[in-house]
Design a protein around this ligand. Sequence first.
Ligand code: PMP
Length: 379
Amino acid sequence: MLRKLMHVGPSMTSYEVQLEGVRENVGFASPEFLEAMRNSLEGLRIVVGADNSYLPFILPGSGTVAMESVTSILPRKGKVLVASNGVFGNRWKPILDAHRMEYEVLEAEPGKSVDPASIKDKLSSGNFASLVFTHVETSTGVRADIEEICRKARPLVDRIVVDGVASVGGETLKVKEWGIDAIITASQKGLASPPGAALLVVAKDSLNNTAGDGYFFDLKNWVEPMNTYLKGENGYLSTEPVGVVMALSHVFNDIRAEGLENTIKRHRVFSEALNEGLEEIGLKVLADREHWSNTVTAVVAERSDDIVKFALSMGIEFATGVHPKLKGKYFRIGHMGYFNYYDVFSALSVIERSALRAGINIKLGSGLTRAQEILIKNG
Ligand code: PMP
């Protein structure tokens, strides 16, 4: 059966994107690949709101590779504050441990976001050089108050690093305006490409004195290669995921054609319609209303793992919950990438039927009506 992919990554893509990189044999020094690399690096810089004072990076790897390599720009003198809203916020801990860095963690309960004021208080109280936090926490669907956090933290630290793995391509980002030193992401989420590439956009002045251990994971070794690729020339350091970059380039062209603001608005409106619909059915969105994200929704429901199984048998792949405090008690919907009008209704109708099959007493059809109202309200 043809399946709709509403997992939290890889996310839903288009056939054209899937075919890029497999249509032809493409070499890593071919003109087609070099143009795709240049276009993707430029596109990446634009979708996060950066300018030429930032350098974009595309590395073979994944989100975790991007997280680990960005540690090379964190000063070794001074601690790191990790503001964690869940599983992926907590992933910084083993990474910082592996690089023998000192850190402290402020952790929110599932569905909540660490309060910007408590981040400010913590940073003022100790010897912190860096702040790292997750923009959209994929385990809970919570969007952090990114602008306010940056405004409060900027005078207090040398480096602000944001994990945008589940937000880039679906949420407004103004890294330059907000004073963010580095944002990381991966190919398979909001940028709707196959997995295989780690993506970063880093302020050039924070690349002057990197302190990374390792070769592959020290960003300074990638500066010259990326500058070369930006000129459309072969900057080989390690073989890039050629097909993934071809796909990414296609996605950036699609975003350019739709208009970045329209792409983000599409995600915002569809997310609101979906979330409002879910609550109308009688299910609960895990994230606080003011922290609903454009890209991931976590839904609290009895027999959640069964709902995911039933939905798969009806052709939609959702994700189970992974937060250790709530395992089995919620499921997740990824609405990144090529998520469309009709996908809102497919998701809601399959959830309604799956919940009924799981024996949950819901108001059949009510979610679809509510979603229609939200879409009409938003034109
Ligand atoms: N950060 C966030 C917010 C994520 O959602 C993920 C992946 N789910 C990662 C980091 C890690 O990315 P990857 O699985 O590509 O290594």
